[in-house]
Design a binder for this molecule. Structure first.
Ligand code: SF4
Ligand code: SF4
Length: 446
């Protein structure tokens, strides 16, 4: 029985889980940023003019916190230059590959042997070499997370909540690759050094829960935990609470309370890396919003956003805005030539009718934002002081503890842009901290 957490909301699901994962023709060019993870950016391992095979490692960095990148098509490297990053928004160094259409596979990574599949070090090493990162959006290198948790973590949680509206990639993976997924979870469990993995799945995926339970998950050391449908059930801190009743304190991380949380598609990617010798080069992208035909489509990283839109028939209604990820935590996209990256699970194309912004947002002091904040924060006060740039008060009201789930914004009848303001407020606080530190260091040197 899962434990309850405070707050949360129930947005319309708008999901299309019945749509099987489809493919589209591969693009003529892929644009692969050297940074598709949290940590040190990769350095290119290829140069312009090189021929590459699909799955070949093309970028890496010896820094511990890094995940290598791989060619997602076979062909020729035609540029290594700054290109716009779909999440960061700035120009970042990227490798551009002209697709030869052959998908010639790279054979550098052989499937692990029977012995290696039982060896935590071999699994962790393979997870790193395959470039596996957190596919729920965080893009934290998975090998680093598992390695860092060894000896400290007693509970492994696999996140199958997929609580954001429109997103179905994890649900489809459960339905289409259940055995591979369970084997992937088993590998993560072995690598983590624990006996049991708890797989939290929201009850709106009952078909997947039934299917996974029918496959005797205990043989892989997996226990399926059906969870209440409530946003943001899929946030790491909520998964920890729901599965263990432990609370990750503000500023803390799950391993601080003995837990590690790994997402569904990450576990599936671990299976592919270890059993098939296939690096992480593709993922399921859920496409939705009333300006486009909905689909769950397998895309290679580096595929330009516009290529996906064109191959799904283009816009069927005038477009107002494009969001990458889910509607609650996603990012607005302003350049459709950007290549899609590892952490992007959704491509949402909205019309003006789906825009909830108003010209004059007004607070009516109803307190509904406070009622739903899963971090038990006070969004109304955080908003007020962020607008005033009152750093002291922003700290007092814990703006840095907001994990930008969007529940307060969703529930606000005054339509205040709360979450975008907190995102900006956190950046302001970080910049102010850096300024103060530099000032203190300069004073010390005098
Ligand atoms: S929910 Fe919106 S209107 Fe209500 S108190 Fe919070 S900010 Fe104000
Ligand atoms: S966006 Fe931040 S303040 Fe708003 S509900 Fe989520 S955690 Fe709380």
């Amino acid at each position: 029985m899962p434990f309850k957490y405070y707050g949360g909301v129930h947005p319309d699901e708008m999901k299309q889980p019945h749509l099987a994962v489809s493919t589209i023709p591969q693009p003529s060019q892929v644009v692969i940023p050297l940074q598709m993870h949290i940590g040190a950016p990769c350095q290119p391992l290829v140069k312009v003019g090189d021929q590459v095979t699909m799955g070949q490692k093309i970028g890496d960095n010896p820094a511990p916190l890094c995940a290598p990148i791989h060619a997602t098509v076979s062909g020729k490297v035609v540029a290594i230059e700054p290109r716009r990053h779909c999440v960061v928004g700035d120009l970042v160094p990227s490798i551009v590959i002209e697709n030869d259409g052959l998908d010639t596979p790279c054979t550098d990574l052989a499937p692990l042997t029977e012995e290696e599949l039982k060896n935590p070090e071999a699994i962790i090493q393979r997870i790193r070499e395959a470039g596996v990162v957190g596919m729920g959006g965080a893009m934290f290198p998975t090998h680093f997370k598992i390695q860092g948790g060894r000896g400290k973590v007693d509970t492994l949680i696999i996140n199958g909540a997929e609580c954001e509206p429109y997103l179905n990639g994890d649900h489809r993976t459960m339905l289409e690759h259940p055995v591979e997924l369970l084997k992937g979870i088993e590998l993560v469990r072995i690598a983590q050094g624990v006996d049991t993995a708890y797989y939290g799945i929201e009850e709106n995926k009952q078909d997947a829960i039934d299917l996974l339970n029918s496959l005797n998950p205990e043989q892989y050391g997996v226990v399926i935990v059906p969870e209440k449908v409530k946003y943001p059930q899929g946030a790491e801190k909520m998964q920890v609470k729901a599965n263990t009743n432990r609370e990750v304190k503000p500023g803390g991380i799950p391993s601080g309370v003995g837990c590690n949380v790994v997402s569904t598609f990450t576990a599936y990617s671990v299976y592919r890396a270890c059993y098939e010798g296939r690096p992480l080069i593709e993922r399921v992208l859920s496409v939705g919003g009333s300006a486009i035909e909905p689909a769950n489509v397998l895309i290679r990283f580096g595929t330009p956003i516009q290529h996906v839109i064109d191959n799904l028939g283009g816009f069927k209604r005038p477009i107002d805005r494009i969001v990458l990820g889910g509607p609650m935590m996603g990012f607005a996209s302003f350049d459709q030539s950007c290549g899609l990256i590892k952490g992007i699970s959704g491509l949402l194309c909205f019309t003006e009718d789906e825009n909830r912004d108003v010209e004059h947002p007004t607070c009516i002091r109803c307190g509904k934002c406070i009622e739903v904040c899963p971090m038990k924060l006070q969004p109304i006060h955080m908003y007020m002081y962020t607008q005033k740039k009152d750093y002291e008060a922003m700290q007092k009201f814990h703006v840095m503890d907001c994990f930008e789930c969007g529940s307060c914004t969703y529930n606000c009848p005054g339509r205040l842009p709360l979450t975008p303001t907190f995102k900006m407020g956190k950046a302001m606080l970080k910049a102010n901290d850096a300024k103060m530190r530099a000032k203190a260091e300069a004073a010390e040197k005098k």
